[in-house]
Design a protein around this ligand. Structure first.
Ligand SMILES: *[C@@H]1O[C@H](CO)[C@@H](O)[C@H](O)[C@H]1NC(C)=O
Ligand SMILES: *[C@@H]1O[C@H](CO)[C@@H](O)[C@H](O)[C@H]1NC(C)=O
Ligand SMILES: *[C@@H]1O[C@H](CO)[C@@H](O)[C@H](O)[C@H]1NC(C)=O
Length: 466
């Protein structure tokens, strides 16, 4: 017995010495890398925590609210769901590398706990291609939760029950945004609440303008020559892929597709079940996740951020909608839209939020570690932008606004610690308020079809004249 008591601390010391360099996701209590999963970050992990100090504005009454809400956590795409068998192959190969081929690397091996977790991993076979991109139960909770939270802070602006004069809701034409709307309504009004959205038009230029702009779609944000592409040709990227492969016991560098598959599974599983640790996240060291995060940020920076000037024009209609509704003292008092990542990012871009002084490029990963453009923080699942209009009868400026992004007051340099004068908001976004969105939002115009047919007709006339 005494011998055993003596042995235990000895063993513990031995374990500490021998295992001191082995990073262990399963034992890491901070897991900071789960805050760096770009658009697949779980809302609960990055949401703001200071709203209780930010929502109250002395001498002001909250009056109106305008919300753009991304859908909550969703399932992966059918193409990825089908690749679950490949993940099972990778799982078995990794276990074999360690247990049979004895290819455990000298440096940065998987810790035993993470290896066992990978060995035990199984794909959830209820997730089939026919339910691709559906909202998950966590995703439903995400939006029910944000609704309840905002109602707690703004009970007078978000009263029960629903009526369609006071409230105006709309979602896009997808299962995940429809369910997100329902979850949000349930959070506000309880079950069987009679809440209903307004109709979705044939061409959803309000919530999906990016589907109707040819020149936007033609921007090269990730193809050959793009910063994203160049970054993925860099030594940093190549070394990261090689390090990950070595860590998993391979004697060669895995295909990028395989690494992406494991990384996506890590991100999804972590978001599907926030309270658990995703097995696949153990395959990556925190600094490797940071390298991946920058790739995603680059892709989005050019895909829907400041990288192309046109991106800031795309949401002309939504910005006008916000300005009009907040300016108008009559109902609807609450407007809430349920859309997608691209919609939210281009909205933030139109408003000049989280704009860096220096553009993100393939070669400035190291100097931009403190960049503002971090999609993990801006655009996790269930990301939401909320504008709250206040009336301040005794103040010099009688109308004010606070913009919240994921429950955190947005800091703009022309506002005072998040509190903006309504007059300044109108001035700052006058160029959008005054624009004719049909022309402004898209370089190639929204009438591309008509233009194309006109060109054809003209060509025919020219041809006939000769
Ligand atoms: C498997 O997936 C289904 C469908 O998304 C989900 O309802 C269920 O909770 C999941 N099961 C486990 C054990 O995660
Ligand atoms: C709708 O709800 C608002 C806020 O609760 C209330 O002031 C208004 O009278 C209601 N309108 C109708 C038509 O019920
Ligand atoms: C990275 O690898 C790719 C091929 O996988 C190669 O074309 C590229 O030159 C490599 N980059 C560097 C800096 O070595």
């Amino acid at each position: 017995m005494r011998l055993l008591l003596l042995l235990i601390p000895l063993l513990a010391v031995f374990a500490m010495v021998s295992g001191q360099d082995d990073y262990c996701f399963g034992k890491d209590s901070d897991r900071t890398q789960t805050r760096q999963f770009s658009s697949k970050t779980a809302y609960q992990i990055v949401k703001g925590t200071n709203i209780d100090k930010q929502y109250q504005v002395p001498g002001c009454e909250p009056k109106k609210m305008w919300i753009f809400h991304r859908h909550g956590t969703r399932l992966s795409k059918a193409s990825d769901i089908k690749k679950s068998t490949r993940l099972e192959e990778l799982r078995d190969a990794i276990v074999k590398n360690y247990r049979v081929l004895r290819q455990k690397p000298e440096e940065n091996p998987l810790c035993l706990e993470d290896l066992i977790a990978i060995q035990m991993w199984k794909w959830n076979s209820s997730i089939t291609p026919d339910i691709e991109e559906h909202l998950t139960s966590q995703g439903y909770d995400d939006l029910r939760g944000t609704a309840k939270l905002y109602q707690r802070y703004y009970p007078s602006v978000l009263p029960k029950p629903f009526n369609d004069t006071y409230y105006q809701f709309r979602h896009t034409d997808t299962q995940r945004t429809t369910e997100s709307f329902k979850a949000f309504a349930e959070g506000l009004f309880g079950e069987n609440n009679g809440a209903h959205p307004v109709d979705i038009p044939d061409r959803d230029l309000l919530l999906r303008p990016y589907d109707y702009c040819t020149s936007y779609k033609e921007n090269n944000y990730k193809g050959e020559g793009s910063e994203y592409y160049k970054y993925k040709q860099s030594a940093l990227w190549n070394n990261t892929k090689a390090d990950i492969s070595r860590r998993l016991g391979f004697l060669y560098t895995l295909e990028e597709e395989d690494i992406k598959l494991m990384f996506d599974m890590c991100r999804y599983e972590q978001a599907w079940q926030v309270d658990r640790t995703s097995v696949w996240c153990g395959a990556f060291l925190p600094e490797e996740v940071t390298v991946f995060e920058y790739a995603e940020d680059l892709k989005y920076y050019y895909g829907s951020g400041y990288g192309f000037e046109e991106n800031s024009r795309l949401n002309c209609r939504v910005v006008q909608d916000m300005l009009t509704h907040l300016n108008n003292p009559v109902s609807p008092h609450v407007v809430a839209y349920f859309g997608h990542s691209t919609g939210l990012q281009t909205l933030l871009t139109a408003l000049g939020i989280n704009k860096d002084d220096i553009a993100l490029r393939a070669d400035n990963y190291n100097s931009l570690t403190n960049r503002r453009w971090k999609t993990s923080i801006m655009d996790p699942f269930a990301a939401n932008f909320v504008a709250v209009k206040y009336s301040c009868p005794a103040a010099l400026e009688k109308e004010k606004v606070v913009f919240f992004l994921n429950q955190d007051a947005v800091q703009l340099d022309w506002c005072s610690v998040g509190l903006c004068n309504w007059a300044d908001v109108q001035e700052k976004y006058k160029h959008i308020a005054d624009a004719n969105c049909d022309e402004y939002y898209c370089r190639s115009g929204s009438q591309t079809l008509i233009v194309q047919s006109l060109t054809l007709v003209l060509a025919a006339i020219v041809y006939l004249m000769h």
